[in-house]
Design a protein around this ligand. Structure first.
Ligand code: SIN
Length: 535
């Protein structure tokens, strides 16, 4: 039998954004955190490099703001950038106070906040990335999970996926017209029991991360299927800048297609990109060379590989002292060792892979959206920080600042009266024979997006992609409407919605900027396109 729960706050997603918001609002009421896998299965947990903040005496907010704006190819919002960046030191201190164990400097070295050691990444003009060896996200997650588990006001529901936000379009309208769009919680599928429950809440926070799974290959965990963006869109929220999908330049490449991230901070510590003949090339593309902004490095690799018909190039760290490599990058060392590579002696085969959504649900810096009572924070959101291309390690910072601000927003204290919310309508039996609609289309979405809407795009291929994706969406939606609901169906529906949103947005931007490169219009066109793409 379906359950009906009532909480003050519902948090969907359990990365840094979700858990920081949960901790903040737990001061005011009861919080449910819903996550579709185990609590630590999220993008945050995979974040290697670190969290950017101007905390060194040799750094300044102005320099970090300028680097962010330049990396974003002039599309970031200066006021938002400034507010997020100036909140960085205080909120890194907050993470430390909760127990996060960042790597510290040699005590003799000059001072910065808490004597943290700082690394370097692409697009930054200073060392400003705080890190915990090469598993910064994991270290932050361990801290936040421990805090949430021991908090009596927070209840965690693992293996539960949100199917739909509860808004006007679901409710029984016997109370008459309720203007605007409001959110009163979500329908939640308990994955193990295949049961759709209702969680009513005064405020709902979408902290579901990005959607890099719509590409193959990508650097993200399997959970990154754009659920929050898709649900918000279905409920009537606007999405912004969906065409700006960032490709990470250095994902591990292997013939079997298995890939994982090789942190940009490896280049920050001196590793260089080389072609298969051993020659370097980044100096031809940007004055910052190997540490150019990420969109430029990924495109440069793509160009060089296409010219030669190669599938990968090398990231060569053999010039970095072995002892330093092993101390700073123990997890990467372990993953490479499992592939038979000793990165102190051998170059690492790498190629770009989809990594991060710079766009998302249009929101303020506090996560306020078009939908009343619905917040967003982190990668799911587009608050104006990243513009057309995110500066490395600004993502954990954005998620942290947005979630903290959202959790302290006065509207969290507003009273809400709930309309009558109907139970989820169970339709049809689950038809195993038609499961291929889901498994096949999920794979095809990745192939279409990679081939037709990847690093280098053309309007013709984008149009082909759109017509194929619309057919796929219709098939999936039809399946969704005639079968009892399953996690994979919800995810694949969401992936199709997001893939279509990326392609539509890409077709609207007839210029090249940041992570969107269009062969038909290879130049940036500030006169006509220095604005967000809204759908
Ligand atoms: C990395 O460690 O290279 C990833 C950091 C990021 O995506 O900002």
């Amino acid at each position: 039998m379906a359950m009906i729960y009532e909480y003050d706050y519902l948090v969907i997603g359990s990365g840094i954004a979700g858990l920081v918001y949960a901790l903040q609002v737990s001061k005011y009421g009861k919080v449910a955190v819903v996550t579709k896998s185990s609590i630590n299965d999220c993008n945050t947990d995979h974040a290697q490099g670190g969290i950017a903040a101007a905390i060194d005496t040799l750094d300044s907010f102005e320099a970090h703001i300028e680097d962010t704006y330049q990396a974003g190819a002039g599309l970031g919002k200066r006021k938002v950038i400034s507010e997020i960046i100036s909140s960085g030191p205080k909120l890194i201190q907050y993470l430390i106070d909760l127990g996060t164990d960042f790597t510290r400097r040699d005590p003799n070295y000059d001072i910065c906040l808490e004597n943290l050691s700082l690394t370097m990444e692409g697009g930054h003009t200073r060392r400003r990335i705080a890190y915990a060896a090469d598993s910064t996200g994991h270290q932050i997650m361990e801290t936040l999970i421990a805090q949430c588990i021991s908090n009596p006001n927070i209840q965690i529901y693992e293996y539960c996926i949100a199917v739909d936000l509860i808004t006007q379009h679901h409710i029984v309208q016997d109370e008459g017209f309720i203007p605007g769009i409001s959110c009163w919680g979500a329908y939640i599928l308990d994955i193990k029991d295949n049961r759709v429950d209702i969680i009513k809440s005064r405020k709902t926070m979408l902290a579901t991360g990005g959607a890099a799974q719509i590409y193959a290959p990508d650097t993200n965990p399997k959970v990154a299927t754009g659920d929050g963006m898709a649900m918000a869109r279905l409920a009537g929220a606007r999405l912004a800048n969906m065409e700006f999908v960032q490709f990470h330049p250095t994902a591990f490449w292997s013939p079997d297609g298995e890939t994982f991230l090789i942190s940009e901070s490896l280049r920050g510590e001196g590793a260089v990109l080389r072609l298969l003949d051993g020659s370097t090339f980044m100096e031809k593309y940007h004055p910052q060379g190997n540490l150019a902004p990420r969109d430029i490095v990924s495109r440069a690799i793509d160009t060089e590989l296409k010219k030669r018909g190669d599938k990968y190039c090398y990231l060569d760290a053999t010039n970095v002292p072995a002892e330093h490599l092993l101390r700073h990058f123990p997890s990467i060392n372990n993953m490479l060792k499992a592939k038979g590579i000793d990165f102190t002696k051998d170059p690492i085969p790498v190629a770009p892979a989809a990594h991060y959504f710079c766009g998302g649900v249009l929101s303020t810096i506090e996560g306020i959206t078009d939908i009343h009572n619905l917040f967003v924070a982190g990668e799911v959101a587009c608050c104006g920080l990243h513009g057309a291309n995110r500066l490395a390690s600004n993502s954990l910072l954005e998620a942290l600042v947005m979630a903290y601000k959202a959790g302290n927003h006065p509207s969290n204290l507003e009273e809400v009266s709930f309309p009558s919310i109907p139970e989820w309508e169970l339709i049809g039996e689950f038809n195993e024979n038609e499961w291929v609609v889901i498994s096949h289309n999920r794979e095809i979405i990745g192939t279409i997006m990679q081939g037709y809407a990847g690093i280098r795009r053309s309007r013709r291929l984008l149009k082909y992609a759109l017509s194929r994706l619309e057919n796929i969406y219709n098939e999936i939606n039809n399946f969704y409407q005639h079968n009892s609901v399953r996690k994979e169906v919800v995810e694949t529906r969401n992936m199709a919605i997001i893939a279509i949103s990326v392609v539509r947005s890409a077709l609207m931007r007839k210029e090249s900027r940041g992570a969107h490169f269009l062969v038909d219009n290879p130049e940036r066109d500030d006169e006509h396109y220095k604005h967000d793409t809204i759908i």
